[in-house]
Design a protein around this ligand. Structure first.
Ligand SMILES: Nc1ncnc2c1ncn2[C@@H]1O[C@H](COP(=O)(O)OP(=O)(O)OP(=O)(O)O)[C@@H](O)[C@H]1O
Ligand SMILES: Cc1cn([C@H]2C[C@H](O)[C@@H](COP(=O)(O)O)O2)c(=O)[nH]c1=O
Length: 212
């Protein structure tokens, strides 16, 4: 059975969650069986790990502890939710996956992309996304969007410096170069309607290409 595991990546405030919800409705209307989920989280255990990682009070958290907690949440979410959905032939839309760890912990935290890739390979056992949409945005704009949204809670990672968020973007751009067959860059500074149109065109192209 062909499986469709699409991840959505990008700096904070790039617009991933907004577009995933639009893509989910669009694909459902077309008759596809879709599971939209997020990392860290998506299931009870991983949501609990999320609360620990993102609690602004946990200022002393060590970078390697952070990387391991993200990998642990990823593992549980993968086995409990993503793999069963893929086995049932569903399309999985995942708000962040392994590339977040590579860009945030590997590059921006300075732990090393290859080191963080290695602990995550243990966690994911080869379950890389079929396709990853990378929402590219100047972090200044992303952070302005977040701080402009009163409903959005500000978490421990949001509170990092602007230079940390700029390094996150640099990390992602390295990943786009390193995995060109998997990661596609979208200009996330465009309007919601335009970003959605770009995302649908890429995703439908992938679905049609891989249809049995
Ligand atoms: N293309 C866009 N243009 C302007 N504002 C946008 C756009 N896309 C999303 N927004 C707004 O920006 C804010 C952040 O959007 P969203 O939550 O979708 O981003 P995100 O990438 O999921 O962020 P995070 O990863 O930090 O949770 C929201 O208030 C949303 O309405
Ligand atoms: C999966 C993952 C996430 N992060 C960071 C990225 C964001 O700052 C937060 C998650 O918040 P969101 O509102 O759900 O985007 O966590 C990370 O640093 N490493 C990861 O692997």
């Amino acid at each position: 059975m062909t499986s469709y595991f699409f991840s959505f990546e990008g700096p904070d405030g790039a617009g991933k969650t907004t577009i995933i919800s639009m893509v989910e409705s669009f694909l459902r209307d077309k008759g596809w069986d879709v599971v939209a989920t997020r990392e860290p989280g998506g299931i009870e255990i991983a949501e609990k790990i999320r609360d620990i990682i993102l609690n602004p009070a946990h200022k002393v958290m060590d970078g390697r502890t952070e990387a391991l907690l993200y990998a642990a949440a990823r593992r549980q979410h993968l086995v409990e939710k993503v793999i069963p959905a893929l086995k049932d032939g569903k399309i999985v839309l995942c708000d962040r996956f392994i590339d977040s760890s590579l860009a945030y912990q590997g590059f921006a935290r300075g732990l090393g992309i290859d080191e963080v890739l290695s602990i995550n390979q243990f966690a994911i056992e080869g379950y890389f996304p079929t396709l990853t949409l990378y929402f590219d945005i100047d972090p200044k704009i992303g952070l302005e969007r977040i701080y402009g949204n009163e409903k959005r809670e500000i978490n421990r990672l949001d509170l990092e410096s602007l230079s940390f968020h700029e390094n996150v973007r640099k990390g992602y751009l390295q990943l786009v170069e390193r995995f060109p067959e998997r990661i596609v860059l979208l200009d996330a500074s465009k309007s919601v309607a335009d970003v959605f149109a770009d995302a649908i065109s890429i995703l439908m192209g992938n679905l049609e290409k891989n249809m049995p």
